[in-house]
Design a protein around this ligand. Structure first.
Ligand SMILES: [Zn+2]
Length: 391
């Protein structure tokens, strides 16, 4: 089947009809007479030939079937050259179908837009829910217990001021880059008590928190911080094992105490007549002066504290401490009120006391079968017994 279909007007003089028949003559799916030859043969200008062609004939080329409806798709031309760049293709679409497809595309796009809108809303909801769950966890953990009094004050001020502008003005004292405030804020954020919503470029949109926090913190504010840490270290009379600490005991604090990292604390210890030590750890007067930054990456809150106490060897007078010096915690350590802590101290050649303070709950319980095996009691068990009989 030929791809071309030519139409020549009926009412023509013989010469013109011959001309058009010759011009549009097709053999093996190709035009057999070149336009140039016809111009010569009929003594015509290009312009007059074009005029004749346009007015009296045309040619359709079937380029394929519509993939949508199967209808033949034709391209109409008024000269041989019109088909020079028209090639048969199998994936053509007729105009009707094209319109239909276009409609479908628009509908599909609408659907997609709708879907992505729903997805965004869904994600927003999910984020909200997650936020709610996170805040719930903050509440069940009572995380504000982990804050120092001045840190709780800052959190409370943030909650009371609510908006970013007011927070900058009243909490950051007009300086949004206030580093000491940011240090506290970052700690509060780390505990999950506060969220900071930022733009993609990192600038702050708003401070987010659970409104319930306000009452919780206000009612919590009865508890104060201790001005310094003081502990009476009891000497072990008989060490059950070689590694058993020379000084050990359990204590609780009435109020919180925070050992802040990189601050230079002073220690002083007085050895009493019964060989026990009265130990005092004092924070520096100016909490803004920090020791050299040992390692900024160590900013976790640890549950235990290590201190090395040096003994003064040259005979201190009666009211001078036997142990004296400074130490710098490399991490924040919070001793929480009402919680049980264990102090353990080991003497080294009578010159150095290595002291460790650990939450009792962090000391692993000994194997329950120990009674059966008749093993010696663990430090924990001995300490717990002495603590309970003391009460
Ligand atoms: Zn179609």
């Amino acid at each position: 089947m030929t791809a071309y279909q030519t139409y020549i007007s009926e009412e023509l003089d013989e010469a013109t009809k011959n001309l058009l028949e010759e011009y549009w003559h097709i053999e093996n799916d190709k035009f057999s007479n070149r336009a140039k030859d016809i111009l010569v043969k009929y003594c015509l200008t290009k312009g007059s030939l074009i005029k004749i062609l346009r007015e009296n004939s045309y040619c359709d080329k079937i380029v394929g079937k519509c993939v949508g409806c199967g209808v033949e798709i034709k391209v109409r031309g008024y000269s041989q050259g019109a088909f020079d760049y028209v090639h048969s293709r199998s994936n053509r679409i007729c105009e009707d179908c094209d319109k239909k497809f276009e409609r479908k595309r628009i509908e599909e796009k609408k659907l997609r837009d709708e879907e992505s809108k729903l997805k965004i809303e869904d994600e927003k909801l999910k984020a909200e829910n997650e936020k709610r769950l996170n805040f719930e966890k903050v509440f069940s953990d009572k995380r504000w217990f982990e804050l120092m009094e001045y840190e709780r004050d800052i959190l409370l001020k943030i909650i009371e001021n609510r908006t970013k502008e007011k927070i900058y003005k009243n909490v950051f004292n007009g300086d949004p880059y206030n580093r000491s405030i940011w240090e506290v804020v970052n700690r509060i954020v780390k505990l999950g008590l506060l969220k900071i919503q930022r733009t993609g470029s990192g600038s702050i949109i708003k401070f987010e928190f659970d409104e319930k926090l306000e009452t919780e913190i206000k009612s919590f504010k009865g508890i104060k911080e201790l001005p310094y840490f003081q502990q009476h270290l009891k000497k072990t009379s008989q060490k059950p094992t070689q590694n058993y600490p020379d000084y050990t005991g359990i204590f609780t604090l009435e109020n919180d105490f925070l050992f802040q990292k990189l601050l230079k604390y002073e220690y002083s210890g007085w050895i009493k007549f019964d060989d026990s030590i009265n130990l005092k750890l004092s924070p520096p007067k100016d909490k803004n002066i920090k020791a050299l930054n040992i390692d900024d990456s160590m900013n976790n809150v640890l549950s235990y504290l290590h201190i090395q106490l040096e003994k003064i060897t040259n005979n201190p007078s009666y009211n001078q401490p036997h142990f004296s010096g400074t130490f710098v915690p490399t991490n924040d350590v919070i001793l929480k009120a009402k919680e049980k802590y264990v102090y353990s101290g080991w003497l080294h050649f009578d010159e150095l006391l290595r002291l460790k303070i650990t939450p009792l709950k962090d000391i692993p319980k000994r194997d329950r079968t120990s009674d059966v095996k008749r093993e010696p009691k663990s430090i924990r068990e001995i300490l717990l017994e002495s603590f309970q009989t003391k009460k």
